[in-house]
Design a protein around this ligand. Sequence first.
Ligand SMILES: [Zn+2]
Length: 369
Amino acid sequence: MMGGSFKIGRAFGIDVKVHWSFFLLLAFFGYLAFSDSGRFVDALVTIGIVVALFFCVLLHEYGHALVAIRLGSEVQDITLLPIGGLARMKSLPERPIDEVKVAVAGPLVNVVLAPIFFGLALLFGGNLLVPTDILSGVGSLGQVFVALGTINVALVVFNMIPAFPMDGGRVLRGLLATRLGPVRATDISSTVGQGFAILFILVGFFSNNFLLAIVGFFVFLGASGEAQLVRQREQMRGLSVSDVMGTKGRTETVTPYHNFGQILDSVIHGYQEDFPVLDEDGNLVGIITRNEIMAAAHSPDRYSTVRDLMKTEFPTISPDDDLFTEGNRVLQESGFRALPVVNDGNLVGMLSVDDVGQAALLRDLRKQH
Ligand SMILES: [Zn+2]
């Protein structure tokens, strides 16, 4: 979903990105307004309101992001999607009460914005008692502000539904976590979140509100994804990369001059699937992964050398890195199944997805001693 987003600006040290499908949404609303009233200017007004709505969503996300930064988290970027905004954090706040603060900060922005828009509405002769249908000729500037005020109220109400991982669900989790600990709190809130998600999907379908159904779908995925993330974090707590990595003595390496037939042999007869490539002086010069090896196996490439097909662009991990916040994150973001662990320029091992998966075993083992 994040692929296909591009940067439109930067403020407070955070990049703002927009997903391309957002423009489809604008075109769609413009089309609906135009086909309703037949007037081009109404289409433009509707598009303007949708843009203003997303500006409110952007400010909402900045509410989350700036409080998170104040509490020591790192914010990667803010992305606007047709279903809403997303402030991507590199790390979740550790203390439950901090998570509550970050979660509340977003809707709080809309709590501030709503009366401002209603005030402007009154100033420009809008009637707060007349609901505005943004699809059928809004009429006056006053009614535009009525619409924006109403939208901000709706954003507060909708986001505070305790449907984890929506804001209200995060508040619920944070409050539960102060008593029950993070894992149990997350399990409970993600179950509640998935219940709401199913409700959103059903109501969305039966009321022809497909946006609600889509939101429900993403809430469902998000709830299970985050539950898993928190479980991983607890399993890896206190572990560093060197605790679980495959050490150098157990890592098979290849040289740039090996050919594919030789590596294929290692893959078939060994357990390792991704190999660091070391030159004659022992310097790490590349990695060769199962994907390349398997692709080459069925092509004329099998006679070529490792040097021709190895990957030379890849991140490395330090053995002292924290397993959850650094090692596992870099591994996940890289898209590789394993990455070399390097200390002072020397290869000291490999960290694979399987190694990370075994972190839970190691923790249990340590608890017994
Ligand atoms: Zn929010």
